[in-house]
Design a protein around this ligand. Structure first.
Ligand code: NAI
Length: 411
């Protein structure tokens, strides 16, 4: 059989913004030898020139891929965001160009859970207050108001990836775990659900928030909710800045209703180190403020590198789009002894029949076929168990079907 597609070692993969070494290792192990790493975040003309003959592009949060830049990627067929967020990419434009975008939404789950666990211990012992005093030369050696976390009740709001991970860790240290989620979730270990947020707030010594940013979670914890928490309780927010009314939290810390708080995310956060940070929470005793570093560890970065590389490899090697944030998701088995044709098209009627005509006109048998559509696009994958010779014109005829966005084949 003749070689029909671009061999893996010639596919040009470019990773910008200092993406972790684990990504290069993963790609190399899968046979992607042509991987180039660039330290900074290219923009403007430099990015347009760079993207022109790149097949797979890996970025982090500082490289903006607008519709215009994506259109300049003549060979681009996959984008990896080696981070959590993807709003630096025009996802709709990428989709209409037939380019799935992958990210790593959960690689930093453990890092966030560990930080929260550490903060609970520190706050229950009133350590932030003590370190401030000792820094100022004051030796306050007292047990007053300092507690073990063993036997305390932790209330987790949002029992998803982070919330449930925290549940396990906290229970291992002897905490009682209660949680509230809008979706029914399997309780891990001895954790028990609460019927409402109101119930949870009334019984927890420590409340930790792990909900996404949605219209429902905006302002979810205001003055009334804080007042519902028992006197001396602790509030931790490592979810989204606008979930908590920070003025109400600051007031509850000042009047002593709450004994401590840890906040990693803020309604308005500086974009760079040069920008100043301000918040009503600054300067309060027994408060830990951190600059949105809940998920920022070297382990999380390494995990992100391998997770996104893995998704890119799966898509490039066998067409699977599982984990794509802007694309119909298709989980495909590894193709063995077949040639796999990937056809991405605008979702107009009749494309599947025309794709099948291309094969049946040549007497080719379709061993398996997978199709997913959404309102805008369709993705049909056809496995052909016959020898495909160069010159059969299959690719040309698939590309000529009205509505075709992209054709790729793998063997
Ligand atoms: P996830 O999607 O796995 O879990 C979120 C959970 O919240 C889900 O179980 C969902 O059903 C629940 N939920 C949604 N709306 C709710 C509501 N109104 N009331 C109660 N529960 C609700 O998300 P994951 O990965 O656990 O992340 C949670 C939060 O942590 C997100 O806001 C994310 O942005 C934030 N995060 C913060 C980081 C940091 O550096 N501080 C790093 C990573 C994530």
């Amino acid at each position: 059989m003749s070689r029909l597609s671009v061999p893996k070692d010639r596919l040009r993969v470019v990773l910008v913004e200092g993406i972790a070494e684990t990504a290069v290792g993963g790609l190399a192990a899968a046979g992607y030898a042509n991987v180039e790493r660039i330290a900074g975040a290219p923009s403007g003309e430099a990015l347009r020139r760079l993207i022109k003959d790149v097949h797979v592009l890996g970025i982090r949060s500082n490289t903006r891929l607008t519709a215009d830049i994506i259109a300049a990627g003549e060979r681009l067929f996959a984008i990896g965001c080696f981070c959590i967020g993807t709003n630096q990419v025009d996802l709709a434009a990428a989709k209409l160009a037939g380019i799935p975008v992958f990210n790593a939404p959960y690689s930093n789950t453990r890092s966030v859970a560990e930080l929260v666990l550490g903060e609970m211990i520190m706050l229950l012992r009133r350590i932030p207050e003590k370190t401030r005093l000792i820094d100022a030369g004051r030796w306050q050696k007292t047990a007053g108001g300092a507690h073990e976390i063993r036997g305390r009740t932790l209330g987790i709001v949002g029992y998803g990836h982070i919330g449930s991970q925290l549940s396990i860790l906290a229970e291992a240290l002897g905490m009682h775990v209660r949680y509230y989620d809008i979706v029914e979730k399997l309780a891990l270990g001895l954790a028990r659900p609460c019927a409402s947020l109101h119930d949870l707030l009334g019984l927890a010594d420590v409340v930790s928030l792990h909900v996404p940013g949605t219209p429902e979670t905006r302002g979810m914890i205001g003055a009334a909710e804080i007042a519902r928490m028992p006197p001396g309780a602790i509030l931790i927010n490592a979810a989204r800045g606008d979930v908590v009314d920070v003025a109400a939290l600051a007031a509850a810390m000042r009047d002593g209703h709450l004994a401590g708080a840890a906040v990693d995310v803020f309604p308005s956060e500086p974009k760079t180190e040069a920008e100043p940070f301000d918040s009503p929470l600054r300067g309060l005793a027994n408060v830990i403020l951190t600059p949105h570093v809940g998920g920022s560890t070297e382990e999380a970065q390494a995990g992100i590198g391998s997770e996104v590389a893995e998704k890119l490899i799966k898509y490039s090697d066998n067409g699977s789009t599982i984990g794509a944030v802007n694309f119909v998701e298709v989980a495909l088995p590894v193709q063995r002894g077949v040639t796999r044709f990937l056809h991405i098209h605008r979702n107009v009627p009749g494309v599947l029949a025309k794709v099948n005509d291309v094969f049946s006109a040549r007497g080719l048998n379709i061993a398996a076929q997978y199709l997913r559509t959404d309102a805008e696009i369709g993705y049909v994958v056809s496995d052909i168990d016959a020898v495909i010779e160069e010159g059969m014109g299959i690719r040309r005829d698939l590309a000529a079907i009205d509505g075709t966005i992209r054709v790729r084949f793998l063997y």
